[in-house]
Every structure is written in structure tokens, then in C-alpha cells.
Design a protein around this ligand. Structure first.
Ligand SMILES: [Zn+2]
Length: 440
């Protein structure tokens, strides 16, 4: 579990309080993202989209929302992931967003296609999404980005016609992907009633995706027509339980987690949740003992080795943490987030020289992990390369939607890096996005 701006050696959960209120925070965790990928695969494929090209990302926000800003990312609020009760409900969310992509509802929204491909573009769009989704006005002001609320609503919100077409397609994708269409009905029931709530108390989903009684009726009718076309899929239940189990283990009180760990869809998931809960209680001995049980049950699971590494690192067993991360990488050599964790551990151990190539490898594969960008800046600074340190700092601010700060650091980077070099070019991308954001 990685959070923006987490301190070097601390229990990740508590560092969230150090976040400035205005930052849009992506919650990056290799295990959760892998599980979400398994859940997304059947519906994305049914939608004619490539599961390896469309990434499901979680935003650290307790309200209910899901949205798309381009054709390569589906964003889910953590509140929605923990609120739904079944795999089919979560797959219904993904299918609906996939339908917005597949039906071409977002093409016209990407105001600046060039910057959308960069971290700066993602950050800018996320900031706009946060405002459209109803981030309070003080937070919106603090974003340092002048996108007017009405403009961003036009940018993010869907029309009723689009909602209806997305619902219809989503149900088709679900059935084609073997997902029970009743999941879409139950999801709508979670949102129903939102219409009647005052705008201030509505979840942002109601604002980005207009709700109506017609919509619920329509979804019910289609789901009924598909009745009996799908069967239960324990595999999907497993991945859902794993994603939700890990997310809640880091977000809910450890006691809450321990009370419910037995409800997990697998012995391994139960142990993982328990280990995290003990770790968060600073009961390292019990956390590590539980990890040993988990690893003997699943010795070839890279994500459990990664968690082992995190627990060791955060309890200051740096040497053993490095070993655990190495094992994780040997089992999943291409996982950007695991590479990033390993790079982080190397940096903590004082070895910036070894950390740098690992972090660069991670960034090249992903680029949306703020912690990797922060660690990279630190490595570059330690290795006496202030130009690159400024550049990745600029990119990190841009990713968080803090376009003004991003511009300041990008300007500094552009002044140091050789004109025309790749780094200099990247600094120009951030500068352009920052200027565009402040002009609006
Ligand atoms: Zn929608």
C-alpha cells in the first residue's frame, strides 16, 4: 500500500494525515491492482477493450464515485470499492465506465490530447475530476488550478442519453463476460435515493452520472431479460475478496479487520488481512508470524512477498526487507509497483546508486506512482543531479494536480537540463500543462 508523500520509514497508514488537503491521491498497491485487473478482464474484453491497456486505479476518497478521463484509465474511489458487497457489483461499475470509453463518450472531453498522455495531463484531468465530483470550493481553490466548476462539470459529467447508452452496453458486456447482471441492479440500489439528497450531501457519482428512477427501471428490465444467462464464478469472488480485504485492512480499524477476517474468500486472504491488522497495531512479532504462515501457504505469490517486504521495512528490518522484495521481483519481474517498492527499500538502506535504476525502471513501466517520483527525486539529488531531481518533483506535483508547484519546479529543471534532451522535453510538457491550467 503506497501513498503519496509517505515518510521514509513509517507505517504507511498513518502518513495520510501529512497530506495537503488539495492533493488528489492515488492509492497504489500491486496486490489490489492485480486483483482489480482480474475482475476487469472479462468485462473489458467483452467491451472490445484491451485489458492490458485500460488500467483500473483507485483514488483515496471515502465518497462514492467512478469515472473515466481518457480511454486508458478507469478511476474508482476507495469508498466505492469498500462499499460494494460482491464481485458482480464492482464489475458493474467497471463495465459502465468501460461502456463510456467504448461508446466514445469521452473522446471529446480530452481537451488537451497532448498533455493527457503525460503525468501532467493525468494530474490536470484528475484535479478537474475532483472539482466536478464536488470537492469543496476551498479544496478546489487550493488546487492552484483555475478550472471553473461549471467548465469542469461539462468536462466530466455525462448526459442522460449517455448514461442510458452506457447502462445498456454495460449489461451486455457483463453478460458476455459471464458476470451476473443483477450486480448492476444492486449497484444502482446503492446509489438510489441520492437524487433526493441535497447536492452537498450527494456522492459525486450522482453528479458525474445522472441518476433517475427511469435509469433504475431500465437496468432492472434489461437484467431480467438476461436472467439465467450467467453462473457463479468463485474465481471472481476470490479476487474481489482479496482487493477489498487488503484495501479495508489498511483503511479500517485493525479491530474491525480482525472481526471480519474469517469472512474472506480464502485462507490466504484471511491471513493477509490479519497480518496487516497486527502490523498496523505495531505488533510486529505477530504480523511477521502471520506472514510466515501466509508465505508457506502461498510461497510463489509475488504480492504476499511484497507485503512481507513492506512490513519488514516499516518495522526497520531493512536487510530482510530487501530480501523479501528481491523474491517478489523474481516472481513478478515486470510489476512496476513491486520494482518501485524495491527501489524505495534500496533508497532507505542508503544505496541511492542501486535504487536509481530500479526506480527508473518502475517509472518507465508506470509513471503514475507519486512515491516512485518522490524517491526518484531524492535519488537524483543524492547523486548530484539537480536537474533531474527538479524534473521528477515537477512531475509528481503535476500528478497530484498541483499545477502551480509543478510549473515552478519544471522551470527550474528546464534551466538546468541540456536543451533538447529528453528530460528537458519532459519539463516542457509540464510547463505547458501548468500554463494551460492557470490560464483557464
Ligand atoms: Zn455514467
Amino acid at each position: 500500500m503506497q501513498r503519496v508523500l509517505s515518510l521514509l520509514v513509517t507505517v504507511a497508514f498513518f502518513t495520510v494525515t501529512t497530506l495537503p488537503a488539495q492533493a488528489v491521491t492515488l492509492l497504489r498497491d500491486p496486490d489490489i491492482e492485480h486483483a482489480l485487473k482480474q475482475l476487469a478482464k472479462p468485462v473489458l474484453t467483452a467491451a472490445g477493450l484491451s485489458p492490458s491497456r485500460v488500467k483500473i486505479l483507485i483514488i483515496d476518497d471515502r465518497t462514492l464515485n467512478a469515472f473515466v478521463i481518457d480511454s486508458r484509465h478507469i478511476f474508482l474511489h476507495s469508498g466505492l470499492v469498500t462499499k460494494v458487497k460482491t464481485a458482480a457489483e464492482l464489475q458493474a461499475v467497471i463495465a459502465h465506465e468501460a461502456a463510456h470509453i467504448a461508446n466514445g463518450h469521452i473522446a471529446r472531453r480530452m481537451v488537451n490530447a497532448r498533455s493527457a498522455k503525460t503525468v501532467a495531463g493525468i494530474g490536470m484531468a484528475l484535479a478537474a475530476a475532483a472539482i466536478a465530483g464536488g470537492a469543496d470550493s476551498s479544496a478546489a481553490g487550493a488546487l492552484g488550478i483555475g478550472i471553473a466548476s461549471s467548465a469542469s462539470r461539462a468536462f466530466m459529467g455525462h448526459t442522460r442519453a449517455e448514461e442510458s447508452s452506457a447502462d445498456q452496453s454495460a449489461l451486455r458486456f457483463m453478460v458476455r463476460g459471464g458476470v451476473d447482471p443483477q450486480g448492476a441492479v444492486r449497484l444502482m440500489q446503492i446509489f438510489s435515493g441520492q437524487e433526493l439528497v441535497s447536492a452537498a450531501r450527494q456522492d459525486p457519482y450522482a453528479r458525474t452520472h445522472p441518476l433517475s428512477r427511469d435509469r433504475l427501471r431500465h437496468i432492472k428490465a434489461i437484467a431480467e431479460a438476461y436472467e439465467g444467462r450467467t453462473k457463479a464464478n468463485p474465481n471472481m469472488d476470490y479476487w474481489f475478496s482479496r482487493a477489498q480485504g487488503k484495501l479495508s485492512a489498511f483503511q479500517r480499524a485493525p479491530k474491525w479487520t480482525r472481526k471480519r477476517a474469517a469472512e474472506s474468500a480464502g485462507q490466504d486472504i484471511r491471513l493477509m488481512r490479519l497480518a496487516v491488522s497486527y502490523h498496523r497495531d505495531s505488533n510486529t512479532a505477530k504480523a511477521l508470524k502471520t506472514m510466515q504462515q501466509l508465505l508457506s501457504l502461498r510461497p510463489r505469490d509475488p504480492f504476499y512477498h511484497e507485503l512481507h517486504g513492506q512490513i519488514l521495512l516499516e518495522s526497520r528490518n531493512v536487510g530482510r526487507a530487501l530480501k523479501a522484495y528481491k523474491t517478489a521481483i523474481s516472481l513478478a519481474p515486470k510489476d512496476a509497483l513491486i520494482l518501485g517498492s524495491y527501489g524505495h527499500a534500496l533508497l532507505v538502506s542508503g544505496n541511492a546508486k542501486a535504487a536509481l535504476p530500479m526506480l527508473e525502471k518502475s517509472r518507465a513501466r508506470d509513471g503514475r506512482d507519486a512515491r516512485v517520483l518522490r524517491d526518484l527525486a531524492q535519488s537524483y539529488a543524492k547523486l548530484k543531479n539537480p536537474g533531474m531531481a527538479s524534473l521528477v518533483t515537477a512531475e509528481r506535483y503535476a500528478l497530484q494536480g498541483r499545477m502551480k508547484d509543478a510549473g515552478i519546479h519544471a522551470k527550474r529543471a528546464a534551466g538546468i537540463l541540456p536543451r533538447g534532451s529528453t528530460g528537458w522535453q519532459r519539463a516542457q510538457d509540464v510547463l505547458l500543462a501548468s500554463e494551460a491550467a492557470q490560464k483557464k
